[in-house]
Design a protein around this ligand. Sequence first.
Ligand code: AMP
Length: 210
Amino acid sequence: MNLIFLGAPGAGKGTQAEVVCKELNIPAISTGNMLREAVKNGTKAGLAAKEFMDRGDLVPDEVVIGILKDRIAEDDAKNGFILDGFPRTVAQAEALEKMGVNIDKVIEIHVADEAITARMSGRRVCEGCGNSYHIEYKPTKVEGICDACGAKVVQRIDDKPETVISRLKTYHEKTAPLKDFYAAKGKLVTVEGQDEIAETSKLTLAAIKG
Ligand code: AMP
């Protein structure tokens, strides 16, 4: 099953992708995590992406499409995948179609902007494996240390309030039009994000299976 998780930054799509990929036994592919890894490793794509990411802007389509195309060609993605954070523009969605990728469903995790800005200050991410946490809703077992790999858990530079506002603006301008794009194909299902992560997961799994 090929799924897309759509939603504003901070709506919880990454966290839901981590839950659902275990349930369905398919990889969650996060272009954000892949780009952060590329920046950390100083690769060509990473160098091209860094300034955009730090500002909260989208990385140019050709950079992200290239990374995504290579990733979905890997063996573990043969039986399906969850795309978390891709596509983020109509051009990226069209590129997926050109690659011959058939998308079964697009799950939009919807959270109002005001709730997102309030939530984002508590968000933390693992420097090692990219797992996401929240100091209130999904804390690590040991403060500041990733449950999964033991690396340090930090706040992302682009989770600062001023950058979050700019990322939300970008979402509404460039990514939200994808809702109409996929609704017109009968593939869009909207899930209302709940305060409890487990509650959202139940709704998300029901939306996928329904
Ligand atoms: P995320 O972790 O999904 O919030 O992504 C973090 C940052 O990576 C975004 O703010 C963008 O700068 C960049 N990024 C991730 N995915 C994409 C994409 N599909 N298209 C363009 N930029 C992206």
